[in-house]
Design a protein around this ligand. Structure first.
Ligand code: CIR
Length: 258
């Protein structure tokens, strides 16, 4: 599974509740969100990842979801063009931070290309890219063009989807050959390289898992995924994600890893 040594995260802004959401779970409580975020950072560190914590950016309520403005592959960062207009400006600060750390390229493709990192699922040598409300055909084409240069061994497949925000909101890989899917995530594509385990609807949120080195982060309160995760990993870290869930956020969105 993926080996990571570094991560960037951003402290949730006090303005978090003003961010975008499709959930009807109430407003997030910022103090609790920050506690949950601190636990997330501690979990990454406990798995051997060096974490840089960026200050909160009050101008952008969704800016703690750092996964969306960039995609990192083979030590190169691709700065995306978020489909959500209120999030487009988040790329500026992330670009500056990443430039000091690695080569950085722009998505390109003009104003019409849209891509958010939450739609990019790396699964072994395969990259599945959600064609969602936030990521379009041109964005996927541009990502594929960059990856041909950066990681020619990887194949890119577009995955049209409905029902959830991003591809990774509704499907991630517990192992490269084991996908977990929230039934709310409607996908026509088939993935012959893996077994797809569809969770019961009430546990759908737990389809977003984050394998890191020898362990895996999972959302707390979803026993089926906890059992599955323990079958595959020695270290399973369960994190309370309640406040991020209210804002359509999940485990993967809170970090950029490389
Ligand atoms: C948004 O709607 O953009 C944020 N409230 C949540 C983004 C979650 N990001 C992710 O799943 N990668």
């Amino acid at each position: 599974m993926p080996r990571y040594s570094n991560a960037i995260v951003r402290t949730p802004a006090f303005s978090l509740a003003q961010g975008i959401t499709t959930q009807a779970l109430g407003a997030p409580e910022i103090d609790l969100a920050r506690e949950q975020h601190a636990a997330y950072v501690a979990a990454l560190r406990s798995l051997g990842v060096e974490v840089t914590v960026l200050d909160a950016d009050e101008q952008y309520p969704d800016s703690c979801f750092v996964e969306d403005p960039a995609v990192i592959c083979n030590g190169v960062a691709i700065i995306t063009r978020p489909g959500a207009p209120t999030r487009r400006g988040e790329t500026g600060a992330i670009r500056e931070v990443l430039r000091a750390l690695m080569p950085v390229v722009e998505l390109g493709g003009g104003e019409d290309a849209r891509l958010e990192g939450g739609d990019v699922l790396m699964c072994g040598q395969r990259v599945l890219v959600g064609k969602s409300k936030r990521t379009n055909h041109m964005g996927i084409k541009r990502l594929a063009a960059h990856l041909r240069e950066i990681a020619p061994q990887m194949s890119v497949t577009a995955v049209p989807l409905e029902g959830v925000l991003h591809l990774k909101t509704g499907m991630t890989a517990l192992r490269p050959s084991l996908l977990l899917r929230d039934p709310a995530c409607r996908i026509e594509s088939r993935f012959p390289f893996a077994r797809t385990f569809t969770l019961p609807r009430a546990q759908g949120y737990a389809a977003n898992v984050l394998p890191i080195n020898d362990g895996v982060l999972i959302a707390k309160g979803y026993p089926l995924v906890a059992t599955l995760a323990r079958e595959h990993y020695e270290r399973v870290i369960e994190l309370d994600m309640s406040e991020f869930h209210k804002m359509d956020g999940s485990l993967t969105c809170l970090s950029l890893l490389w």
